[in-house]
Structures are given as C-alpha cells and as structure tokens.
Design a protein around this ligand. Structure first.
Ligand code: ATP
Length: 440
C-alpha cells in the first residue's frame, strides 16, 4: 500500500528534511547561521549529484560520436559578456515593497508582496544577475571579471578550437557540465533556484536549414532522458514558449517542465538560438566563427540548438519523484525509488552481526562489488532497521551475510522495491547484480 504524502508542500518538507538528516544536502555555513540560498552536498548528495551528471555525460557525450566535451573557465572578461548580450540584457525586474521594504522579482509575485501582502511597489528596475569581481591585485575596469551565469559561452568562444582539433562538422555538439552563478533576486524552493548551481549544457551546431528538425529532435531526446531515469510521465510535460515570450536570442524555446510541489515549473530549456551567438562573438572579437563546408565549397555560420539543464535542479526533481511511503509487513517505511544509476549507494553490504567471521566474508563481498558499484557497509542496529535506512536513501540492493554464508558461501540479496529476497552464491553475485541492473 502506498501512503506517499498527497499534500505537495508536505512532500517538499519531507524531502528537505530527509536530505538534511541523511546527508544529501546541508544548508551552507550552517554553524555561522547559514548563508541564504547556498547549499553543501553531503556524503550521499555528492554521490547522487555526480550520478546525475555522469548519466547526462554518458548519454550526451560518451554514447554519441557527434558530441564532444569541454570544461571552460568560470571567470571571464567583460568582452565575452558584452558580446553575448548578458551585460545589457541578463536582468530581472526588481521591485521594492513600499510597506515592508522587501525586494522581489516582479514577474514572480503576481502583484502581491509575499512577505506582507501589500500591493504597493516601486517602479521595476533592471537588475543584472551577474556576479562581478576583480581579477588580480589591481582594481579598476581593466581587472573586472564576471563569474559565468551559464556554461554556454565557453562553447561559443572555443568553437574554432574545437572544430580545428576534432575535425567535427555540423551537425555536432559541444557539451559542458559545471558551476554557474546568478545573483538571483529571490532564490527559493530549496535547490530549485540558488545563486550558485550546476548546469549541464550542450550546444549543437547545425546547418541553418536543419535547425528546426534538430530542435524537435533534442526536445524529444531530453524529455525521454528524464523518463528513462524513472520520472513518471504524468510528472513531466513540454511547454513551448509563445513567440512574444522568447529571449532576445531565441527562435524557439521549449521547456521540459516537472510537477514540483508548488506546480509546474522549468526543469530544462531547449532553445533554437539561431546564429546569434557565433555572429555576436565573430563581430566582437574579429575571429570568424564559421564553418567551411569543403564539399559544397561554402562558408556559413551554423545555427545552434541548446538543451540547457540544471544538474542540481534535476537532482531535486529526481528526489521528489522518487520519494514514497509504503507499508511493508505492517510498518510504514520511507523509500526513495531512485533508478539504480542515480542512487547514492547502489549496494549495501550488511553482516548480520559483528562477529569477525561474518565481517571477513562481508569484506570479501565488498571487494568483489566495489569496483563496479557504489557500496555502503553497515554493521549497526538490527537488520530490519538497516534495511529501512537503506530504503530511505534509495539503495536498490542490500546484501546480507549471515551464519549460513560461512557454510554455503551464499548471501541474501534483497530488492528495495519488492523487498523480495533471494539466496545467491557469492561467486555469482556480481553477475546477478549486473543482470538485475540490466547491464548484461
Ligand atoms: P528562470 O527563468 O527560471 O530564471 P532560465 O529560463 O533563465 O531560468 P536557463 O537560463 O534556461 O534558465 O537555464 C537553464 C537551466 O539551468 C534551467 O532550466 C535550470 O534547470 C537551471 N537553472 C537556471 N537558473 C538556476 C538557478 N538559479 N538555480 C538552479 N538551477 C538553475
């Protein structure tokens, strides 16, 4: 029986609480009272976040011959952000509540102050979201630098480097995963909107005539990526922006939206950016960011299709979708039904007792599995309690080593979702788990 919270805000509270209590996500600098809207990823969170990024990298780069990777600098000179349009237009409308003086992003509050309920605001002014800093010991304009607010520009400024070194020809993509920074006016909803976050972006360069086709292709691919990693279809939808809502660079944008506890909201955006970026950087830098098609003897500026996702935001969506409470043997348990590829630990090895003989066989099992799976090892408390602890953090398989194991060289494999148990020879364990995870 499933008794997962039906009140959505209760679900959000439960997930935030679990994330803190079990070491997924901690409020940053907590011993100093916290630092608003920054979070630290704990021992389990760092595993899961890496898994989200690895799953993305595997599908977007490793499994394709038409996409290569990049890891560009976070600090950049003003020239990049002038050309990209960020200095001019990467702004949100900032208003002050006339009554309580709180500041808000005008387009997110429907004319009512979320703090005091007042409807009296100052005129909206454009607030630039980029973090500005100084590079080097000298102050002044020459030393100004910005923290990137998106990873995308690195792919455009390196376009010629990548084409020259990889000999890729359109259609081809450059992918990057890394931190981005935005001085958000109202960071909110846990890690949904933070000032420091991680993105997973890919710029796919195509002949202009093929742009629409590839735009549709990537919308489809990206929606299927979330479905394939276990987000149910009724929690995902596509939202195509109306022409009047498009960003200045976009010829078409579709968001993959997720049913968050507060309603449908963006998980990822897929945009047809046309030739905006390469043209802007060509004009501003003097470098010709073009592709020369030898067969057609023709030089052109490719169009760009960009699937832009948030790694930290995606992790939150995976956690929310996976959270369940059900009843097993008359007892309510919390279970994260995470895809095994995303779970912080894929296997937990649990010796029934602390007896040295059992621990020694357990260490043997661990040595077999650790090169292939992220493993936890737990000897504390009763076995039932340990199963519940592993369910709560989404560990798909528990391996129990008991006294019979010493005689028959078999262990018990317990499945998180069905709670079914099977006796498996230690010699076959790796093959068994590979089969259960669909790797064989
Ligand atoms: P919004 O309109 O919600 O501010 P955006 O449309 O400007 O966001 P993009 O620039 O398209 O967002 O960024 C691509 C992806 O990066 C988003 O879909 C989201 O997953 C992630 N992202 C953007 N801003 C943040 C943030 N402040 N915190 C966490 N993730 C973010």
């Amino acid at each position: 029986m499933d008794s997962t919270p039906s009140n959505d805000l209760e679900l959000l509270d439960k997930v935030i609480n679990l994330a803190k209590r079990r070491g997924f996500i901690f409020p940053s600098s907590e011993i100093y009272g916290g630092f608003r809207s920054t979070y630290d990823y704990g021992p389990l969170g760092v595993n899961m976040l890496r898994n989200v990024k690895s799953a993305w990298w595997r599908d977007m780069v490793q499994m394709r011959v038409d996409v290569v990777g990049l890891d560009a600098a976070i600090l950049g000179p003003p020239a990049v952000w002038a050309a990209s349009g960020h200095l001019e237009t990467f702004t949100d409308p900032l208003v002050d509540c006339r009554k309580c003086k709180e500041r808000w992003r005008e387009d997110k509050i429907d004319g009512v102050c979320p703090n005091c309920g007042s409807t009296e605001f100052t005129e909206a002014r454009a607030f630039n979201l980029m973090f500005k800093t100084q590079a080097g010991p000298v102050e002044g304009e020459g030393a100004t630098a910005y923290l990137r607010p998106e990873t995308a520009q690195g792919m455009f400024t390196n376009f010629n480097n990548v084409v020259a070194t990889t000999r890729k020809k359109p259609p081809f993509g450059i992918a990057q995963v890394g931190k981005s920074f935005r001085n958000e006016i109202t960071p909110q909803n846990f890690v949904f909107r933070t000032r420091e976050f991680e993105q997973m972006e890919m710029e796919y360069f195509v002949p202009p005539a093929e742009a629409e086709q590839w735009y549709r292709y990537w919308i489809d691919q990206r929606l299927n990526w979330y479905l394939g990693l276990g987000i149910p279809a009724d929690k995902l939808r596509l939202h195509e922006h109306a022409p009047e809502d498009l960003s200045h660079y976009s010829r078409g944008t579709t968001d993959v939206e997720f049913a968050y506890p507060w309603g449908w909201d963006e998980l990822e955006g897929i945009a047809n950016r046309g030739d905006y970026d390469l043209t802007q950087h060509s004009n501003a830098s003097g470098a010709k960011l073009e592709y020369f098609d030898q067969a057609a003897n023709e030089r052109y500026t490719p169009y760009v299709i960009e699937p832009a996702a948030g790694a930290t935001r995606a992790m939150m969506a995976f956690l929310l979708a996976a959270y369940h409470e059900d009843v097993v043997e008359g007892e309510t348990r919390t279970v994260l039904r995470l895809d095994w590829r995303l779970a912080p630990y894929q296997v937990a090895v649990l010796p029934l007792s602390r007896k040295p003989e059992l621990e020694s066989v357990s260490q043997e099992v661990l040595a077999i599995l650790q090169p292939h799976f992220a493993c936890d090892y737990d000897v504390t408390q009763s076995i039932g309690r340990r199963y519940r602890r592993q369910d709560e953090v989404g560990t798909p398989f528990c391996i129990t080593v008991d006294f019979d194991s010493l005689e028959d060289r078999c262990v018990t494999v317990r499945d998180r979702d069905s709670t079914e148990q099977a006796r498996v020879p230690i010699a076959d364990l790796l093959a068994d788990l590979r089969q259960r995870t669909g790797q064989d």
